[in-house]
Design a protein around this ligand. Sequence first.
Ligand SMILES: Cc1cc2nc3c(=O)[nH]c(=O)nc-3n(C[C@H](O)[C@H](O)[C@H](O)COP(=O)(O)OP(=O)(O)OC[C@H]3O[C@@H](n4cnc5c(N)ncnc54)[C@H](O)[C@@H]3O)c2cc1C
Length: 196
Amino acid sequence: MRTESTPVLIIGGGLVGLSASLFLSWRGVRSVLVERHPGTSIHPRAWGLYPRTLELLRGVGVEKAVLAESAGFAGHVLNGRVESLAGAEIAVSRIPEPEDVSGVSPVERIVSLSQDRVEPILMERARELGSDVRFGAEAVELAQDADGVTVVLRDRAGGGEYAIRAEYVVAADGAHSPVRERLGIGRGGGGCCGTR
Ligand SMILES: Cc1cc2nc3c(=O)[nH]c(=O)nc-3n(C[C@H](O)[C@H](O)[C@H](O)COP(=O)(O)OP(=O)(O)OC[C@H]3O[C@@H](n4cnc5c(N)ncnc54)[C@H](O)[C@@H]3O)c2cc1C
């Protein structure tokens, strides 16, 4: 099997993986990111960017792109809970006015921009800084030894497999992380919204 090598392999190309890729590249650390889906998220999901996040994004040169993209969200003041996009409405509430934090941060306030719009901005900047971001690549096996980690990847379009040998692996494969489970790392706490 063909084997590549990289200092850092990031599994998962959501907000966490793309951020890891971007911040590592900005620090001059080479990485390969593999995401099983063919592109960034098509679902809006998270939409609120807090001032501290924007401060960090400013540092890596994407704050302006985020603010420009978020202009289209100005005036969106309602938050709806629905059974599905075409289904019944459960509840609609008014989003509170964002607090003005300009006294303590160079960033003025929380910005609304959904995850499907943020991820491409992070990805483009990460690639610009030298990150190797690959879509349609699924991590299917992972083995750790004293010197590093070997991960087998399946090319979901072509069907072939290859391996990447990394000094470090970042498990950015989501809340239900198969990598975390494979390593036997448990979870504690009440979980989201009081569920267990
Ligand atoms: C409806 C909805 C609304 C939400 N609203 C908010 C909100 O308002 N505010 C907020 O803060 N959060 C919100 N969230 C949560 C937010 O979306 C998550 O916290 C965020 O996506 C977590 O990012 P992540 O990168 O850890 O995981 P994910 O975004 O889940 O990304 C993980 C990625 O890993 C990939 N992956 C998994 N296994 C493999 C593998 N073996 N090989 C390669 N790739 C793999 C997946 O395809 C996925 O793209 C919401 C979520 C949902 C569903």
